[in-house]
Design a protein around this ligand. Structure first.
Ligand SMILES: Cc1ncc(COP(=O)(O)O)c(C=O)c1O
Length: 339
C-alpha cells in the first residue's frame, strides 16, 4: 500500500486510533502461536530468544524481554543499586519513571525540560546533579524522538560516574545519526503497551552493552534464577505468545516508522509550522506528533499534568509547566492494513 492510498481522507479527518499491527503479518503470527501452542513451552522459549535477538539488533545492544516496562526498569535499578541514593528524573514523563526509582528505595529529584523537544534540559540536569550528587538519572525520549540534549547529558554522566537510564517507552525506531534510543546511556527500557509505536499488548525490553547488567536483568526477571537466588527479583518474564507478536512486530518496525515519517512530512508538517522541529539526522518514531498551538480534534497532551504537580512537590520547573499548558498532539496512527 502506498502512502497516497492511505489516510488522511480528503477532508483531513484525523486518523482514528488503531494499534499498529499490519494485517499482512497475521498468518506469520498465527503460525507462530500454533507452534508455541504445541511446543509445551509457553514461557522463556524460542520466541523470546528471537524477539530479544531482533530487538537487540535494532538497538545495537543486547536485549532482555520483560512482562512490561516496569519489570525492566526495576531490574536495571536493582543492578545499579539505588536504595538510599538520589535519582534524577524529568518531571515531564509518565509517573512510572519516578515511581520505578522510588520503589527501588531512591529519592527522586526532578529536573526541568526544554520547550523545544519536551525532553530533559542539560542545563537543569547539570545544575541538579551538581547540587544533589545522584547515583543515577533517567532521561525520557518524550514523544518518540531522541532527547535533543542527550549527548551533553551522556558526556556529563560519564565524566561524573552517574548511571544514565534511558526511558525509551515512546522511542521505538527513533535514531539520531544512526544511533538508536537506548544506546546512548548505560541502558534503555522499552514498553510495548498498545498505544505505543509498536505493541505486543503488554511487554518491555531492557537493552544494554553492559554484560553484567544483562546477566542481572535475565536473572532478576526469573526470581534470581542463575544467581543461587541471591538476586531478589520476582516474576517479570514475557510469555511466548507475547514474544511471537514481538517478533512479527519488530520485523515491521522499519515500515511503521517510515510510514509515520512520510505521513508527517506530506500531510502534517505543512499544516503545523509551530511544532517540535527535528534536528538534522534525527528520525523520530512519531509516537506523538507534537504542536504548540491548540488544535481541533487533538488527541490531547502527551502528559496532562507533570509529575512534580501530581506528587505536589515544591519544585519550580517553569519549562515543564509551560509545556503542560502549551502543547497538543495531532493524531498519527499507522492505518489498519488488510492482508
Ligand atoms: C514514558 C513512559 N515510561 C514508562 C511507561 C510504562 O510502561 P508500561 O506500561 O509498559 O509499564 C510509560 C507508559 O506506558 C511511559 O509513557
Amino acid at each position: 500500500m502506498s502512502l497516497a492510498d492511505s489516510r488522511p481522507h480528503p477532508d483531513l479527518t484525523p486518523l482514528p486510533f488503531s494499534v499498529a499491527f499490519d494485517g499482512r503479518d497475521e498468518e506469520d503470527l498465527l503460525n507462530r502461536w500454533k507452534k508455541v501452542l504445541h511446543s509445551n513451552r509457553w514461557s522463556d522459549g524460542d520466541q523470546t530468544r528471537e524477539f530479544e535477538q531482533l530487538w537487540g539488533d535494532v538497538c545495537g545492544r543486547d536485549a532482555i524481554a520483560f512482562d512490561n516496562w516496569s519489570g525492566g526498569a526495576l531490574a536495571a535499578l536493582d543492578f545499579i543499586g539505588v536504595a538510599d541514593e538520589t535519582v534524577l528524573c524529568p518531571s515531564n514523563t509518565f509517573l512510572a519513571t519516578p515511581r520505578s526509582a522510588q520503589k527501588s528505595g531512591a529519592s527522586v529529584v526532578y529536573y526541568d525540560c526544554n520547550r523545544t523537544d519536551l525532553c530533559g534540559s542539560a542545563e537543569d540536569f547539570i545544575a541538579k546533579a551538581e547540587r544533589h550528587r545522584p547515583k543515577a538519572a533517567w532521561i525520557v525520549h518524550v514523544g518518540g524522538h531522541i532527547a535533543f540534549d542527550i549527548d551533553i547529558i551522556t558526556r556529563y554522566c560519564r565524566e561524573n560516574g552517574i548511571w544514565l537510564l534511558e526511558d525509551c517507552a515512546h522511542a521505538h525506531g527513533a535514531e539520531w545519526n544512526g544511533r538508536h534510543a537506548g544506546s546512548f546511556g548505560d541502558l534503555g527500557v522499552y514498553s510495548f503497551y498498545p498505544t505505543k509505536t509498536l505493541s505486543t499488548g503488554e511487554g518491555g525490553m531492557v537493552v544494554s552493552a553492559n554484560e553484567d547488567l544483562i546477566k542481572h536483568a535475565r536473572s532478576f526477571r526469573d526470581y534470581g534464577r542463575g544467581s543461587r537466588y541471591r538476586i531478589q527479583g520476582m516474576n517479570h518474564r514475557m510469555h511466548e505468545f507475547t514474544a511471537a507478536l514481538g517478533v512479527v512486530q519488530t520485523r515491521r518496525l522499519a515500515d511503521i516508522v517510515a510510514w509515520k515519517n512520510a505521513y508527517a512530512r506530506e500531510h502534517l508538517d505543512p499544516r503545523f509550522p509551530n511544532r517540535v522541529h527535528m534536528p538534522d539526522g534525527m528520525t523520530s518514531g512519531y509516537y506523538k506528533y507534537i504542536v504548540f498551538d491548540p488544535i481541533e480534534r487533538s488527541t490531547g497532551k502527551v502528559y496532562q499534568e507533570p509529575c512534580h504537580r501530581i506528587f505536589e512537590t515544591n519544585d519550580e520547573l517553569p519549562n515543564t509547566d509551560w509545556i503542560a499548558a502549551n502543547h497538543w498532539c495531532v493524531p498519527i496512527y499507522y492505518p489498519e492494513i488488510q492482508p
